[in-house]
Design a protein around this ligand. Structure first.
Ligand SMILES: C[S@@+](CC[C@H](N)C(=O)[O-])C[C@H]1O[C@@H](n2cnc3c(N)ncnc32)[C@H](O)[C@@H]1O
Length: 184
């Protein structure tokens, strides 16, 4: 979506300094990640990708905003970390992410489309982890419901996954749902 790309590129263009600290829910859920590879969907300028690469994970980050990805690559280079990036529209109806499965897939503060959610299992190895945390519809006044989850929407789990952990980690006073799934 050209609009999203332009909007987010502008935000990243205005950002200065290093990407912020990792998401607290990622830090909390770290023990559920399998050692090995991580695919960070809608990685932005990479605060979570960088945190995981520093802990020995082999990280690939995808985002629509090439300016954010460029910031991620610059920081990775400064910290001597190898992170692979790809610019892609995760909402494209014909999206095919042609990757071998990863040990872990994560996505933070981005609501994947139904189409993407339905194919995420192909991106995760059996026994691997899918970590998913974003804003929910309790933020009625400030958030477009199209970008937010019904509270607990995935408590029954996604097909191919079992739910191993659920939390409601707030961020900046806003309500979020956080899920840790294991691929069966
Ligand atoms: C709130 S930011 C979250 C970034 C990162 N996950 C984090 O937690 O720091 C949302 C991200 O989603 C990306 N995004 C929005 N629409 C997208 C799309 N259709 N395809 C890929 N990325 C998209 C934006 O460029 C932005 O980097």
């Amino acid at each position: 979506m050209a609009d999203s790309r332009a909007k987010w590129n502008e935000k990243y263009r205005l950002r200065t300094g290093e990407p912020s600290e990792p998401d607290p829910f990622l830090v909390e859920a770290l023990p559920w990640l399998r050692p090995g590879s991580v695919l960070d969907l809608a990685c932005g300028d990479g605060r979570n990708s960088l945190f995981l690469a520093e802990r020995g994970f082999s990280v690939t980050g995808i985002d629509i905003a090439d300016v954010g990805l460029a910031r991620l690559r610059r920081t990775a280079q400064n910290r001597d970390l190898a992170i692979t990036t790809q610019q892609a529209d995760l909402e494209a109806p014909d999206l095919i992410l042609d990757y071998h499965p990863f040990d872990n897939v994560i996505t933070f503060n981005y609501r994947p489309s139904a189409h993407l959610l339905a194919s995420i299992h192909t991106l995760v190895k059996v026994g691997g982890t899918f970590l998913f945390c974003t804003f929910n519809q309790k933020n009625r006044d400030t958030f477009n419901p199209a970008f937010s989850l019904k509270p607990g929407a995935y408590s029954e789990g996604l097909e191919h996954f079992e739910l191993t952990h659920f939390a409601e980690p707030p961020l900046d006073g806003k309500c979020r749902d956080g899920y840790v799934f294991r691929k069966m």
